[in-house]
Design a protein around this ligand. Sequence first.
Ligand code: COA
Length: 173
Amino acid sequence: MFSVKRREQFQFTSRMQKCMSVLRLLWGADEFLSLFLYRVRSALHDHGVPILPRLLYYANSFLYGMRIGDHVIIDAGLYLPHGQVVIDGITRIGRQCMIAPWSTIGLVAGNAMGPTIESGVIVGTGAKVLGNVTIGTGARIGANAVVLKDVPAGATVVGVPARIIESGEGAEA
Ligand SMILES: CC(C)(COP(=O)(O)OP(=O)(O)OC[C@H]1O[C@@H](n2cnc3c(N)ncnc32)[C@H](O)[C@@H]1OP(=O)(O)O)[C@@H](O)C(=O)NCCC(=O)NCCS
């Protein structure tokens, strides 16, 4: 996803080519490094390694403003232009989503369940998606929107509180 979004080569004929691309992204795209740190942290956490996951959390938070809670599941292909994102709660981010900077995906008071964001969702800069809501596949959340209710698949929502300006396939307008 990072290569696609950066209009770089994204299909590789050899493992070496793939490794070179990962190294180039780690060097040239700090948000990719940030996601990489998160993946390493999750892997260490899953293997019961102590202390190191927490240190990686602090490094990610300090360097990139990325604060991703321990109960967040992020599927493959997340694109995070510029980092600076908070994701917390029992929350799932589906495949190939994009989350722009200064967004929060998290909780409302008194409920540990966070949002379920299905695949291909775009979250605009400064948006907040809060509580136990489901954002349907391919939905778009406008910049600075505050989403407190489910968003149908393919819909576009904007504003505070968010309202639908374009309904997707099968969505209720
Ligand atoms: C929500 C969004 C996806 C809609 O894009 P679009 O389909 O091209 O919509 P349009 O620009 O045609 O706007 C449609 C209407 O919604 C309004 N609108 C669009 N985005 C809005 C927003 N974030 N908040 C409030 N209103 C918004 C427009 O003013 C327009 O209103 P009008 O019909 O009364 O004139 C886009 O505006 C957006 O917010 N994208 C996020 C971009 C971003 O965060 N980039 C960061 C990259 S790092």
